[in-house]
Design a protein around this ligand. Structure first.
Ligand code: NOJ
Length: 749
């Protein structure tokens, strides 16, 4: 570069200019907030804190908006209605404060992307951001400017239905993906009419729900909160400016999230500097009464307001009680004013004061080719190849007849997954349709469902399915769970395949034909037996609108699987909770221990094994975090560290040589873990710190580089301070969480 100093100068000047412009803008917004606030009556302020469900609007609703009793709404059915309600708020209410219209846009609006758990398997934050951007564009066309997503609850329990809505078990991966989704929803400018405010939910530890039963209690320690559950929230707020936060339904250690003043005020507001909106989950303020944390709705309103919940979703206790609570001195006016400031700030940032209306005449982007292509890419990248015996996949051109079997091969509704409010099954492309359409010219496809739906137990059509299999060169069996079996409130104590699906696979495997099992599900299922009976297994999650074309191209090798598991798959439900980054234990599993069938009869009271394992399930999981095969193979060599002793302010550079040793151009997710070998508390056996997707041609090699600022090794220590503790560490790099090259390094005092 000819004038490096000049370029740097220009860059800094531009950065300074941008900072000054944005702080001037912020100041202007703060002035506007104070101006509106100064004119508001108490009733109007309380109204802003009231969110109501607009599913079935009545005349009373219009009157409430007119009199300033409603600040935001969710589930408004159409943009026309949204405009009509905005018009009442703007023109007929005393101060003309616009509403914010919200909806659960979780993994797509009309164009459905894979469920978030599937998106996490892509290890590709870029496609997650693109997906959220597309969802924002489509949703905002319909008047929606606020979504209740992303859900960033760490999920280590496959029984919990909402694991589908999560980014899995890992804190780092969830943080990166959450941030990407927030950026996608919010865009670079929240006031752009195609941007929607994101919501970091559920604050906090909701995924640790007891027994995997939704809405249950959690008992996560303060240190675990800090080290495991809070970081994705902190990242989304501090690094991606997430505009809102939702408190969760659960009480952690006896304190309901909506009444947790310490977390909401000290951590969220003071430590992280959050100046956005805190909204309760649906009815969660009132549910504090049911929990026995409050005597009645009035006390619940008091605790919610004082803890720092700005908006109450749907249960109306604020509207009914705040006035009296203020008069009794149980709530301070300043608390109300601050809450209203947060709400007005959101509305100003969204540009709603200037333009609350949705343009009904502009060209729609819904289901545009660009959106469908991105949804297909996301689906392709989300699939995880779990088994591929004798490289049966991809199917080659010797395959002339293929049997397509199973209840999920042509299930347009179910493949969209949980939280599909707006996606339409008529627009969904199923594997059956796509395979026939894309490859039907060269391949003869015979379709026999075998079972009508995932819970079906009627086996009368098995014989037809077996007959089809016998005529085929390869059998594809699509199994899994219907969309409704995962998601909110849809928890399971048994996560085996439902209905007679397992028997169907068994019968098909008896034909001796090469058997490919494809699983569409909202959670990890316990499928050890089915994996054993199949030659290949591809996990599809619920892949969304474009799942079919994505599967078709993967099966025929037009695309190569690259997904990796964002959650550990247990062999048995009894192994739950199960996750790769558990703390070190005093007696780690030693694979020489006795298993159930090796215990002698009348064995004397003795320690059969002295390590942490199950007599029946043994030591291992079915599949570990980070695992996933490709059609190609990769070799890792030459792990090099820039130094093996570092100080706290250093940045460690790590390189590894990655070679594509197979026959396909393919993408490998290179995973980078560290382990803190001893600390002031027991430390996880390893933790993901970074990852990269690397695409290589057959035979191609690349030096992959990671930078690890040592500050990234900080954790919340025995005194609940965030520190990097000096001592010995191990650094590991590889293609999953257990086959890793490793080297040691030391952090100096
Ligand atoms: C309850 C769910 O827990 C939450 O995630 C969702 O956003 C709200 N309902 C609104 O539908």
């Amino acid at each position: 570069m000819k004038y490096p100093h000049f370029s740097l100068f220009c860059f800094l000047l531009l950065a300074c200019f941008q900072i000054t412009a944005s702080s001037a803008q912020e100041k202007e917004i703060e002035n506007k907030i104070e101006n509106v606030l100064s004119k508001m009556t108490l009733k109007e302020k309380i109204g802003q804190m009231n969110q109501i469900n607009g599913r079935n609007p009545t005349d009373n609703l219009y009157q409430q908006i007119r009199s300033g009793e409603v600040g935001s709404m969710l589930n408004i059915g159409s943009p026309e209605l949204a405009n009509q309600l905005q018009k009442i708020a703007k023109k007929e209410s005393r101060l003309g404060i616009p509403l914010v219209i919200a909806r659960d846009v979780i993994h797509g609006f009309k164009t459905m992307f894979p469920i978030p758990l599937g998106q996490a398997a892509s290890f590709n934050p870029e496609i997650v951001e693109i997906g959220a951007r597309i969802a924002a564009k489509e949703a905002s066309e319909k008047g929606i400017r606020w979504t209740f997503a992303p859900m960033m609850d760490i999920s280590r329990d496959a029984r919990w239905g909402r694991i589908a809505e999560s980014f899995g078990e890992d804190t780092y991966l969830s943080g990166v993906m959450s941030m990407a989704m927030v950026k996608g929803f919010q865009g670079t400018d929240l006031s752009n009419p195609s941007s929607i405010a994101a919501c970091a939910k559920h604050f906090i530890a909701y995924g640790a729900t007891e027994g995997g039963r939704d809405y249950n209690s959690t008992n996560v320690t303060q240190r675990q909160l800090r080290n495991i559950y809070l970081p994705p929230f902190e990242k989304s707020i501090r690094e991606a400016n997430c505009a809102t936060v939702m408190t969760s339904f659960n009480a952690n250690d006896g304190i309901p999230a909506s009444g947790n003043e310490f977390l909401l005020r000290n951590v969220l507001r003071k430590e992280w500097g959050f100046d956005g909106v805190v909204v309760s989950d649906w009815g969660a303020i009132k549910e504090m009464v049911q929990m026995g944390f409050c005597e009645d709705n009035k006390e619940a309103a008091m605790k919610g307001v004082n803890a720092g919940v700005d908006i109450e979703m749907t249960s109306g206790t604020y509207l009914q009680n705040i006035e009296a609570l203020l008069a009794e001195g149980k709530i301070q006016m300043k608390t109300i004013d601050d809450a209203v400031r947060n709400i007005l700030r959101l509305k100003f940032k969204l540009g709603l004061f200037d333009n609350p209306y949705t343009n009904l005449t502009s060209k729609s982007s819904i289901y545009s080719q660009e959106h469908l292509d991105a949804a297909k890419q996301a689906a392709e990248e989300s699939f995880v190849l779990l088994k591929n015996k004798n490289n049966i996949l991809p199917l080659n051109n010797k395959v002339k007849t293929v049997a397509i079997i199973g209840p999920m091969a042509d299930a347009p509704h179910d493949q969209m997954g949980t939280w599909t409010f707006d996606g339409e099954k008529v627009m969904t492309q199923t594997p059956l349709q796509a395979l026939k359409k894309k490859y039907g010219k060269d391949v003869n496809f015979i379709y026999e469902q075998g079972l009508a739906f995932s819970r079906d137990t009627i086996k009368s059509n098995f014989s037809k399915a077996i007959e089809a299999a016998k005529q085929a060169d390869v059998v594809l069996v699509f199994v899994g769970e219907e969309a409704i079996l995962s998601g909110e409130a849809h928890c399971l104590a048994d996560i085996n395949l439902k209905g007679a699906q397992s028997e169907l696979i068994e019968e098909l495997s008896k034909t001796g034909k090469p058997l490919v099992t494809l699983v569409m599900a909202g959670r990890p299922l316990t499928i050890a037996k089915e994996v054993e009976s199949s030659d290949a297994v591809l996990y599809l999650w619920h892949p969304g609108t474009m799942g079919g074309p994505a599967v078709a191209d993967i099966l025929f090798g037009k695309a190569v699987p690259s997904g990796k598991l964002p959650v550990t798959f247990p062999k048995y439900v009894g192994q739950i909770p199960v996750y790769y980054n558990h703390d070190r234990v005093g007696r780690p599993a030693d694979k020489t221990e006795t298993l159930l069938n090796n215990i002698p009869l009348e064995a004397k009271q003795s320690s059969l094994g002295t390590s942490s394992y199950y007599l029946d399930a043994g030591f291992d999981n079915l599949f570990d975090f980070g695992y996933g095969l490709s059609y190609s193979t990769f070799e890792y060599k030459n792990l090099v560290l820039s130094s093996d002793s570092l100080s706290q302010s250093d940045v460690l550079t790590v390189t590894v040589d990655l070679k594509n040793t197979g026959n396909f151009q393919a993408t490998e997710v290179v995973q980078f873990y560290t382990a803190d070998l001893s600390g002031s508390t027991a430390r996880p056996i390893k933790e993901l710190k970074d990852f990269k997707r690397i695409n290589l041609k057959p035979g191609e090699s690349k030096k992959v580089e990671f930078k690890l600022p040592i500050a990234k090794l900080a954790f919340w220590d025995i005194n609940n301070n965030k520190v990097v503790e000096p001592g010995k560490f191990t650094l590991m790099v590889g293609g999953n969480s257990y086959e890793l090259l490793q080297k040691g390094f030391t952090i100096l005092q």
